[in-house]
Design a protein around this ligand. Structure first.
Ligand code: LLP
Length: 429
């Protein structure tokens, strides 16, 4: 969280005191740092210096147009998993020639859209998906550049809900069938198999599983070429972890070395699809303390952010740092930090050492740049949380908070309900 530092006893995002953002925009609010995004991108560039590497930012981590534009300006491509994400990438300025379409279930309409816009590559995960793409492309007289996503049956050693490269997971084509399906793809109309893709999971802090997965890809490339099939591209997926608590710093250099050792000598164009490691530690969720209640020996701090704004603790038992924006004097003591949603799972931390806090104090939930806003919902009738992007001493609201009217306007009451007299409704109750 290098761009979120204390200066004069107050937490800043780059040069902006977070209290200024809270006062102007209200809380809760996601706050992102341009400098942090840029340095995360540069870290990949530095690790792969001297080796051409296409860096396709995985939009699922954070699809805000300003965030994507920040990365596009640095030269990033995009990894998308839906028409919605592809439209976001295009709207943010990523050319279609730098977009890869991943995902286990692309709808025919999405394939048609991607082809129509001239997508760089579609990563196909099954035979029926391949056949559907073949029909759609050939009906349009087009050729779809396809990479087959391989399931290498490698354990990424990460949380079970975000591991994707084991045989029992739903993702990819079993590596035992890869050669046969690739050969089939080569003769299907409208399909040009260009290479292989793999993604074994997310938040990997140990890079060794990457070695096993990439080695498997390299073996397949040799086998495919041995059968006279052309393989020109490899997409190595995302997955590099970030520091949430006490993990090792993102090991870019070790990762790049593994890439070089395993697939560097194959003469393929290489791509990666990082999401979290580009934006995760470039954002915080800024929240205000509503109440502090004592329940027996437990101190419960109730904040105005909730599980619907940051679902990772509820969904993956994930740890997010929690810091007061203007720490008060006094010793730390354990506190449960919870949101207002009517679910026990709406708990950000249990017995977390925390300095004294009072109602009205601002706090941040750290590492909320990735998979926070992107996974948010309106549960409990809560308004979507606005997003702010900081650059040096400036900031801009890059997604405003909608009004309650905006949200209510999205629903419709059908005529037959609208016509019911109030008395009749009361009678039925
Ligand atoms: N490529 C593919 C095909 C993916 O499925 C993913 C993530 C990525 C790239 C980017 O992975 P990253 O570099 O961000 O690890 N919501 C979960 C993470 C789910 C990741 C899903 N796929 C979380 O909050 O931890």
């Amino acid at each position: 969280m290098n761009e979120f530092r204390y200066a004069g006893g107050v937490l800043h995002a780059e040069g902006v005191p977070l209290a200024a953002i809270a006062d102007a925009v209200g809380t809760p609010v996601y706050c992102y740092s341009s400098a942090a995004i840029e340095s995360a991108y540069r870290a990949y560039e530095a690790a792969f210096a001297g080796r051409p590497m296409r860096i396709c930012y995985a939009l699922k981590a954070n699809g805000n147009l300003a965030v994507v534009r920040t990365l596009a300006n640095l030269g990033a491509g995009a990894d998308v998993v839906s028409e919605g994400e592809m439209r976001r990438a295009l709207a943010a300025g990523v050319p279609a020639s730098r977009i890869v379409f991943s995902g286990v279930g692309k709808a025919p309409t999405e394939m048609a859209f991607a082809l129509g816009r001239g997508i760089h590559q579609i990563n196909v995960e099954s035979v029926p998906e391949l056949e559907t793409l073949s029909e759609i492309a050939s009906a349009r007289g087009m050729t779809a550049p396809v990479a087959l996503r391989i399931n290498p049956d490698v354990d990424a050693g990460t949380h079970a809900k975000i591991t994707t490269g084991r045989r029992e997971n739903k993702f990819g084509i079993d590596h035992d069938q890869a050669v046969e399906i690739y050969a089939r793809a080569a003769i299907l109309p409208g399909i040009e198999p260009v290479g292989l893709a793999v993604h074994i999971g997310s938040q990997l802090t140990d890079v060794e599983p990457f070695r096993r997965a990439f080695t498997r890809l390299a073996e397949l490339v040799t086998e495919l070429r041995g059968r006279g099939l052309s393989v020109t591209r490899l997409d190595l997926g995302g997955g590099l972890g970030i520091v949430y608590r006490d993990e090792a710093e993102t090991p870019h250099a070790a990762y790049a070395a593994i890439v070089e050792e395993t697939v560097g000598g194959l003469g393929c164009e290489l791509a990666i699809e990082p999401g979290r490691s580009l934006v995760g530690n470039a954002g915080v969720l800024l929240t205000r303390v509503l109440y502090v209640k004592q329940a027996g020996s437990r101190r419960i701090v109730i904040v105005d952010a909730a599980m619907n704004d940051l679902i990772r603790p509820a969904l993956y038992e994930a740890h997010h740092g929690i810091r007061p924006v203007a720490p008060r004097a006094g010793t730390e003591s354990p506190a449960d930090v919870v949101g207002p949603v009517c679910e026990t799972a709406d708990t950000f931390a249990v017995a977390r050492p925390l300095a004294p806090v009072e109602p009205g104090d601002l706090m941040v939930l750290d590492s909320a740049g990735a998979y926070a806003a992107a996974m948010a919902s309106g549960y409990n009738g809560r308004l979507p949380v606005p997003e702010v992007l900081v650059r040096g001493g400036d900031y801009a609201v890059v997604k405003p908070r909608p009004s309650f009217e905006d949200i209510l306007d999205q629903d419709r009451i059908p005529d037959w309900l609208a016509a019911l007299p109030t008395s009749e409704r009361r009678g039925a109750a």
